[in-house]
Design a protein around this ligand. Structure first.
Ligand code: ATP
Ligand code: MG
Length: 575
């Protein structure tokens, strides 16, 4: 888990907003139905309203980029509002994770946080206002009866026998509900709209229910809590939100959103605008499912590097800016669709290709002795940290008689097109020299334990003065200063494109989504890298230090492969 006091978190707090161009009002305007409701002088105010019942995932990032982006691009404001109206599932720990994830993306730091629970008094007062105007009533029907009375899309609803209660009786009962005088589930407050409405949301929706549970913030002050529908639009009005962006499932709730604002003494009219939610293949983007994975121990926690949560992606080494670039690329539309995980990966890869430094590491070390390199001699090679820009600087690599290459890069009996190392063949060691394999040393069981090679001192930097062509280039590390590390390789958490669709979620789980290599060898400069400083291991992929690392036991996560091997193996996954 993230350590609150580590210097990187502090850095995160002061992180400047990045220069990625986010959304402007034009994108939103195309979603607004009818004429633009916003006067020229009015400041744009949006909100991001997570319910603190889980960690944020990449779908939330889309909403964050949209809401904060619109505010930023229009010199407006975006409120982080915790939509904390259901104390049964909510927890303070989720609040801190949400704040941290948001700050990591570069939003919300140093700004006030808003809570729906801060408006409980006002919301209660408005509920009484509705009762006093004959627009709400206390209903004694059981939850099952309420469902039955509501009717269906094909049949109209039936009015509750309690619908015509007098105002005073309603007020008295509602006040008793607040005092905790009734059992949970025995009464609710409903808006009195129209049981025959075509839109089910308008068939006298519940606006308050009894929940005999303490709230993380208001403790035992309340025994009744407002429903999402009642709390949301009213909180928008209280905060002066101009554009209330939500996902498409709420399109049918918009008439109710507007009805409530019409029937309450609010001075501002926020506008609800719907956009499509982000769905992605090979993962689940629902807090309920993610919580299930955590609770069942199917992953190591919300920040497991295989999770689509922001904390999981961060821990795996995906940079915040890559996520933002991806979200902006998605655009804002009303068309529901599922994005290929491969598209996200491609975006991350493209970002890291430009922005990650390069280093060398060996996963499965095979020792090489360079017979003609003097014992005890250490040569310093100055090498660039990235070919992409000189601004990444250079570092010194040490070269010595004993080095490691990856076992995969040697074959004793190679097929024709194998350009890596084999007996008698020559390869180039990246940044260093050409070497030739002279002898293969095996243990008693026939396992190769060492290669004896020679290096050509005339080929420093890797090119031969006589112009001879050597095709293979290998990464390597010098044995005398290499550091030992564990490297964790991840693949997709689920085997199917839409996990849980045609089987139980658990049956779609990829049981081989982690592969751990111990005893890997890294060049020593990698010790200086912090978590989240993703780096390319040459020829191997992108990696970053895991939060489980210690000084004596560094652990690296593979963030992503250099190329998309998944789609190659599974051609049907290419869109
Ligand atoms: P979940 O289904 O994961 O529990 P939710 O919508 O219940 O999601 P909230 O905490 O209520 O989660 O979400 C906060 C905001 O993020 C809402 O405005 C919601 O519309 C938006 N959001 C959630 N999931 C997505 C998604 N997959 N794509 C885009 N926006 C999303
Ligand atoms: Mg929600």
């Amino acid at each position: 888990m993230m350590n609150q006091s580590n210097p990187q978190d502090l850095q995160r707090e002061s992180k400047e907003e990045s220069d990625i161009e986010l959304f402007g009002i034009d994108e939103v305007r195309s979603l607004v139905q009818g004429s633009d409701h916003l006067g020229n002088e009015q400041k744009v105010v949006t909100r991001f309203p997570p319910e603190p019942n889980g960690y944020l995932h990449i779908g939330h990032a889309k909403s964050i980029c949209l809401n904060f982006g619109i505010a930023q691009a229009n010199n407006g404001d975006c409120h982080l509002r915790f939509d904390d109206t259901n104390p049964v599932t909510e927890d303070i720990k989720y609040i801190s994770s949400i704040v941290e994830d948001l700050a990591w993306l570069g939003f919300g730091s140093g700004k006030p946080k808003h809570f729906t629970s801060d408006y409980f008094d006002q919301l209660y007062e408005w509920a009484e206002y509705l009762i006093k105007n004959g627009d709400a009533y206390v209903d004694d029907l059981s939850p099952d009866e309420i469902r039955e009375y509501r009717g269906t899309l094909e049949t109209v609803g039936k009015e509750s026998p309690y619908r015509e209660r007098g105002i005073n009786e309603n007020l008295e009962l509602f006040r008793k509900m607040r005092e905790g005088e009734f059992e949970q589930g025995s009464k609710v407050l409903r808006a009195k709209i129209d049981m025959e409405a075509g839109n089910l949301n308008l068939r006298d929706p519940i606006i308050y229910r009894i929940i005999n549970v303490d709230h993380p913030r208001t403790k035992n002050s309340w025994r009744i809590y407002p429903t999402y529908d009642f709390a949301h639009g009213q909180s928008d009005a209280i905060e002066g939100i101009t554009h209330s962006l939500c996902t498409l499932e709420f399109e049918d709730h918009r008439p109710l959103y507007d009805w409530l604002l019409d029937h309450l003494p609010v001075s501002i009219r926020p506008k609800q605008i719907e956009f499509s939610r982000l769905n992605m293949t090979h993962t689940v983007l629902s807090k309920r499912n993610l919580k299930y994975l955590v609770d069942e121990g199917l992953v190591s926690g919300w920040d497991d590097p295989r999770m689509p949560t922001l904390s999981g992606l961060r821990r795996r080494g995906i940079p915040a800016d890559a996520i933002k670039t991806f979200c902006v690329g998605l655009g804002v539309t009303k068309a529901n669709s599922t994005v290929e995980m491969a598209a996200f990966d491609a975006c991350v890869r493209e970002y890291l290709n430009e922005n990650a430094q390069r280093r060398m590491a060996v996963i499965d070390p095979l020792k090489i002795i360079l017979e003609n390199f003097e014992e005890g001699r250490i040569e310093q090679l100055e090498v660039e940290n990235s070919p992409k820009s000189e601004s990444f600087g250079t570092r010194n690599l040490t070269f010595s008689r004993e080095i490691y290459i990856d076992r995969e890069d040697f074959m004793e009996d190679p097929p024709k097109k194998f350009f890596r190392l084999s007996p008698g063949k020559e390869v180039r060691l990246r940044y260093a020299y050409l070497i030739r394999c002279k002898e293969v040393v095996k243990d008693t069981e026939g396992k190769i334990i060492e290669l004896r090679c020679t290096y050509d001192p005339e080929t420093k930097g890797g090119s031969a003065p006589d112009g001879r062509k050597v095709k293979g280039i290998l990464h390597w590390v010098s044995s005398h200063d290499a550091i030992n590390a564990e490297i964790r390789f991840y693949s997709k958490l689920f085997n199917t494109e839409q996990p849980g669709k045609s089987a139980e979620l658990i049956d779609d789980l990829n049981r081989e989504s982690i592969l751990v290599h111990k005893n890997c060898k890294l060049e020593p400069s990698l010790l200086k890298f912090g978590c989240e400083e993703t780096v390319q291991f040459e020829r191997l992929g992108y990696f970053c230090k895991d939060t489980d690392s210690s000084q004596i036991n560094p652990i690296f996560n593979r963030t992503i492969e250099l190329r998309d091997t998944w789609s190659k193996l599974n051609p049907s996954n290419i869109s």
